[in-house]
Design a protein around this ligand. Structure first.
Ligand code: GLU
Length: 412
């Protein structure tokens, strides 16, 4: 039996503490969340019927600030997964040093089966389920898999209607017109790009290699554009339906234009159609899982040919696969560092909402880059000094900061 995502997270905390010599008893507060909100959401469907969907929010750790993290709408989302993702948010916020704790929300639903109006009803229902558990100083949701700025707008509206006050900072990833931040939509891809460039520099690699990207949603698309513009060759991309392999290179904007005009990735000129599994095993320099968790496991890890993996999805590699990849010399930049650009710009959005003073895109990027560069350096150095993987290095940096805050509060 495969471990669940939350079991995988706990394993990583314990192994990092052991390998880096942190006292084991410090692990206890990080092995369970502080609070869980769970319930059924009644959604009025277009045909007049009412359907129930399970909704969750896991509030992991608040020692460093209010809970922060996205909400995903996915048929496989369940409490265990949301717990793991909330825990990863606590680690992620601490890795980049922003003053926020970790949280995550979810609804078990296939949003592709719902109309626009039904999705709006579901989003408003999720906010009602949360009641006063969310808010600008308590817990600040954001987009995650299958949730968009538009959905954040409905959620803000529902929250403000219930609470009869203006509170744009209660949610991030909003449309610009509702108090969103410049640069939030491309932020995760942008942060991933900064991290990739830092890694190449740290290893003294000058040539721009070939890249395969699993997932062509918001994160994968912006990352693809940035690496393409920087001279890397994107040879494969995929969405939930199919993947394409184009040895001569893919222009991400042209691929996205196909999708937004109702065509498929496989309509790309000269594309070889491949499966998502085949994409992972391509002979490329850099592999970028930017879709869902549990993609590289014990059974397929040995087939990976890339020497570098940049985890833009949350939890795409299992701990068993980590060991196989490490033994094969593959360098993995973990999710809690590689995709932390998204939550960092969410934090910027929250700061702007609170001060009612908005920054230009240049200002946002100028503040994001040093945070990502500094986080990379700290993680890289920790992994070298302690002779641990970059994932363990990232957990180590984060746990040290979390433990310090917990100690100063007298909680441990
Ligand atoms: N869902 C994103 C993540 O996993 C962003 C969270 C946020 O902006 O709060 O990091």
């Amino acid at each position: 039996m495969q471990n669940t995502p939350f079991e995988n997270y706990k394993k990583r905390v314990l192994s990092t503490m052991e390998k880096s010599g942190m006292p084991k008893e410090y692990a206890t507060p990080f092995l369970e969340p502080e609070n869980i909100v769970e319930g059924n959401i009644d959604v009025k469907m277009d045909d007049g019927s009412t359907k129930k969907f399970k909704g969750y929010r896991v509030q992991y750790n608040s020692a460093r600030g209010p809970y922060k993290g996205g909400i995903r709408f996915h048929q496989d989302a369940d409490l265990d997964e949301v717990k793991a993702l909330a825990a990863l948010m606590a680690i992620k916020c601490a890795v980049v040093g922003i003053p926020m704790g970790g949280g995550k929300g979810g609804v078990t639903v296939n949003p592709k089966e719902l109309s626009k109006k039904e999705i709006e009803n579901l989003s408003r229902g999720w906010v009602r389920l949360m009641g006063d558990n969310i808010g600008v100083d308590k817990d600040i949701p954001a987009p995650d898999v299958n949730t968009t700025p538009e959905i954040m707008g409905y959620m803000l509206d529902e929250f403000e209607k219930i609470n009869k006050r203006n509170e744009p900072g209660m949610i991030t990833g909003k449309p610009l017109a509702l108090g969103g931040s410049q640069g939030r939509t491309p932020a995760t891809g942008q942060g991933g790009f900064y991290v990739l460039e830092s890694l190449m520099k740290a290893l003294g690699k000058k040539e721009k290699g070939t890249i395969a990207i699993q997932g062509f949603g918001n994160v994968g698309y912006y990352f693809a554009r940035l690496v393409h513009d920087a001279g890397y060759k994107v040879v494969a991309v995929s969405d939930s339906k199919e993947g394409i392999y184009v040895p001569g290179g893919i222009d991400p904007v042209a691929a996205e234009n196909l999708k937004s005009s109702g065509k498929r990735l496989s309509d790309y000129d000269g594309a070889q159609v491949i499966t998502n599994e085949e994409l992972l095993e391509l002979d490329v320099d850099i592999l970028v899982p930017a879709a869902l968790d549990n993609q590289i496991r014990e059974d397929n890890a040995k087939n990976i040919k890339a020497m570098f993996i940049i985890e833009l999805a949350n939890g795409p590699i299992t701990p068993e696969a980590d060991v196989i990849l490490e033994n094969a010399g593959v360098i993995v930049v973990p999710d809690v560092l590689a995709n932390a650009g998204g939550v960092t710009v969410s934090y910027f959005e929250w700061v702007q909402n609170r001060s009612q003073f908005y920054w230009t895109e240049e200002e946002v990027l100028a503040k994001l880059k040093p945070i990502m560069d500094d986080a990379f350096e700290k993680v890289f150095i920790a992994s070298k000094e302690k002779e641990i993987s970059m994932r363990e290095g990232a957990f180590y940096v984060a746990l040290e900061r979390l433990v310090e805050s917990m100690k100063l509060r007298g909680r441990i």
